[in-house]
Design a protein around this ligand. Structure first.
Ligand SMILES: Nc1ncnc2c1ncn2[C@@H]1O[C@H](COP(=O)(O)OP(=O)(O)OP(=O)(O)O)[C@@H](O)[C@H]1O
Ligand SMILES: [Mg+2]
Length: 270
């Protein structure tokens, strides 16, 4: 058994990967689970998302991945919560080259899975935040290490293509025997606007007609400026006493609940 690994990915930038990774951790904390986010993106949005300057860490994901730091040297706790994270910086982009030089070809794809294995004894969930690139090996290492992939999707044609591409990539892994499931999450949805709803339905229909089963759409998260300003207001939205913010938090709770339930299923049947 042990911890389950969730990767948040999209080949499109700005769809909400880092935000969703952070909120999955916040909801896990709410239900008493211990969670660690691994940031594999050079932007290091996870650290800033938890109100830390990305340059304030002496060691980070890269040092850990290349074996020059112990997990305890790179895992940071957010305040007194059960949320932990491994920050990143631009050196993460050198990791693929390091793998090419140091790891034999047949073991390269599972390089992250192997690193994460000991963390599964400590954490209930391990969430990987990725960067928006299709040709990135580190995204492949993340998928290969995961039980579940979350694909945030905006009402936007580029995001539609990206979601469709991500599903194709995940299916390649499933066909190769990896036990991975996935879910698509609509993000930044303006539910009060009829036009946006019609566009969402149209994109969803197109994706379904391309073979993505309707049940893979695991929830909608509405657009809220509170999400983008939460870094300044304090990140635990559950303590913000405002109805719209509470609705956004509930959207996120619904999505997280589905994800957590799905990984449970994969395990009980696998
Ligand atoms: N539901 C939401 N409502 C309002 N703003 C949001 C929402 N989700 C994300 N955002 C904002 O959208 C921007 C992009 O989000 P985020 O950084 O999570 O995307 P990303 O996919 O990680 O981007 P990148 O590809 O650059 O890593 C951020 O400013 C974030 O605050
Ligand atoms: Mg990001």
């Amino acid at each position: 058994m042990g911890g389950k690994v969730i990767t948040v990915l999209s080949t499109k930038g700005g769809v909400g990967k880092s935000t969703l990774a952070r909120f999955i951790a916040i909801t896990a904390n709410e239900i008493g689970k211990k969670v660690c986010i691994i940031d594999t993106c050079q932007n290091s949005s996870i650290a800033t998302g938890f109100l830390r300057d990305r340059d304030s860490f002496s060691k980070n994901a890269y040092d850990w991945l290349i074996g020059e730091a112990k997990p305890s040297e790179v895992i940071n706790q957010y305040e007194d919560t059960s949320i932990y994270y491994i920050p990143s910086d631009e050196r993460i982009d050198d990791f693929e080259e390091w793998v090419d030089r140091k790891i034999p070809k047949p073991r390269q794809l599972e390089v992250l899975k192997t690193k994460i294995e000991p963390l599964k004894k400590i954490f209930d969930y391990i969430v990987i935040d990725t960067h928006p690139s299709e040709n990135s090996d580190i995204v492949n290492y993340s998928i290969a290490a995961s039980e579940f992939c979350v694909i945030p999707l905006e009402i936007d044609l580029d995001a539609k293509l990206a979601a469709s591409r991500c599903v194709e990539i995940i299916r390649d892994y499933q066909n190769a025997g990896y036990q991975i499931d996935y879910g698509i999450v609509w993000n930044k949805v303006e539910i009060t606007k009829g036009k946006a709803k019609a566009q969402l339905d149209k994109i969803k229909e197109e994706l379904i007609s391309k073979g993505i089963p309707p049940e893979k759409f695991i929830g909608d998260i509405r657009y809220s400026t509170t999400v983008s300003t939460s870094k300044n207001d304090g990140i635990m939205l559950n303590s913000v006493n405002n109805k719209y913010t509470q609705n956004v938090m509930n959207d996120i709770r619904n999505v997280s609940q589905k994800i957590f339930a799905q990984i449970g299923e994969v395990f009980s049947y696998g």
